[in-house]
Design a protein around this ligand. Structure first.
Ligand SMILES: C[S@@+](CC[C@H](N)C(=O)[O-])C[C@H]1O[C@@H](n2cnc3c(N)ncnc32)[C@H](O)[C@@H]1O
Length: 279
């Protein structure tokens, strides 16, 4: 295996371990916290707004390429869309499958890699939410966006997002976080208290790649669970994503600067959401 391939494997393995260890507990927080319910609703409202405003075909079939435990695919399925979700981490897919069964929601779910998509003209919309910064390298980002372009039907849209690295406020993914180098995130809901200590291990300012040591200490009625993991995150700018999308074949590209459906442009945005149409 070459050096590049090795680095790719290391990043993927680290990401998979991080998301596997937290799958169950993070899902508890998503299910039980009002803040998560509000965030997800805002994002779902935005997605429907983008489907109406930016696609030139009716949106029915939706693919989520990193669905996690399924908060977007379930939300959209409940709003009448036909959803397919895939995620690299099997533990997350299993939680989503169990919920689909117990809640009686019809969603197609599978384990898969966002850089190995095999679809062609199958979807009206594709979601790539909170995932691009996890992809190990440039080839992967280009492959992933190219494969999404191929998976879309003409007139369909991709919705993807990044954290804005130049955002100057408190944000889990900003230069501020990088330069402070340490964050402690406390979250709780009935039956769960999670403390995450996030320490910067390494930052490559030339390539915009950060390795974080993320230790979660989770208290639930059955005990205390500690997971020390590493996560590799890549910082992207507006221009990076714009050019990646263009290279993948998208021509009509809009950038929203928040999850509101009637957005005033916010140049100091915390998150940048791209809606790109296949023409
Ligand atoms: C920050 S979470 C976001 C999950 C979901 N989109 C959401 O907003 O709740 C990132 C997800 O990406 C998944 N992931 C990481 N690398 C992946 C890859 N190469 N292909 C598919 N999923 C991947 C992780 O397992 C994790 O569930």
């Amino acid at each position: 295996m070459g050096r590049r391939e090795n680095a790719r494997e290391t990043a993927l393995k680290a990401s998979c371990a991080y998301y596997a260890h937290r799958a169950y507990y993070e899902d508890l927080l998503v299910q039980r916290q009002r803040r998560w319910a509000e965030t997800t609703k805002r994002e779902l409202d935005f997605l429907e707004h983008a489907f109406r405003a930016d696609a030139t075909r009716p949106i029915k079939d939706v693919l989520d390429i990193a669905c996690g435990t399924g908060r977007h695919v379930f939300g959209l399925a409940r709003r009448g869309y036909q959803c397919t979700g895939l995620d690299y981490t099997p533990e997350r897919v299993q939680i989503a499958k169990d919920r689909a069964k117990s809640a009686g929601v019809s969603v197609r779910l599978m384990q898969g890699d966002a850089t190995r998509l095999k679809y062609e003209n199958e979807f009206d919309a594709v979601l790539a939410l909170y995932i691009l910064f996890l992809l190990p390298n440039d080839d992967d980002v280009l492959k992933c966006l190219g494969q999404i372009h191929r998976a879309l039907r003409k007139g369909g849209v991709l919705v993807c997002n990044i954290g804005n690295p130049f955002y100057a406020g408190k944000h889990w993914f900003s230069m501020d976080a990088i330069y402070k180098g340490l964050r402690v995130i406390e979250e709780h809901a009935p039956g769960i208290h999670s403390t995450e200590i996030v320490r910067l291990r390494d930052f490559d300012p030339m390539h915009g790649v950060a390795w974080w040591q993320e230790t979660s200490i989770i208290k639930t009625p059955d005990g205390t669970h500690t997971f020390p993991d590493r996560e590799r995150l890549r910082l992207f700018t507006y221009w990076d994503i714009l050019h990646y999308l263009q290279a993948a074949g998208f021509k009509e590209i809009k950038c929203y600067t928040n999850w509101k459906t009637k957005p005033p442009e916010n140049r100091k945005a915390e998150t940048l959401i791209f809606v790109a149409r296949k023409d």
